[in-house]
Design a protein around this ligand. Sequence first.
Ligand code: TR5
Length: 146
Amino acid sequence: RGFHFRRTLFRMSAINNEEAAAQAAAADADSGAPTIFDKIIAKEIPSTIVYEDEKVLAFRDISPQAPVHVLVIPKFRDGLTQLGKAEARHEEILGHLLYAAKIVAEKEGILDGFRVVINSGPTACQSVYHLHLHVLGGRQMKWPPG
Ligand code: TR5
């Protein structure tokens, strides 16, 4: 019985630790500080650009999770560190990003089947706090995602 109780306590503290870690990451990760993507936009860091217009940049992910893995980002972040921070004024750029994802899919020859993913916040494993769409394809995708 004692063992059971201690194990339950341990599980509870593990859950609390995970929640605390997630909250800490959330507080600190989305600080609004410049990210690596600013350097990519400024072309201070090289990237393989797939598509670009005055509002968005699409470049290959450095750690591809599929034969085609392209990130589409707004050139002006304007507070869009994550989708969860979107406001009404962002409607136009959000639509533009989604349409750019379709152009990327077309250019990459995966219009028959592709996936667009946005990770918003630490619980969704967002790691770069500059809104980005992942465009993935070139293989059979699985569902549900992990
Ligand atoms: O986890 P989230 O959804 O935030 O996605 C961030 C993505 O940025 C990941 O898929 C990373 O692989 C990608 N990433 C990170 C860096 C990077 C990049 N893609 C292209 N070039 C990159 N550089 C130069 N540096 C990165 N740190």
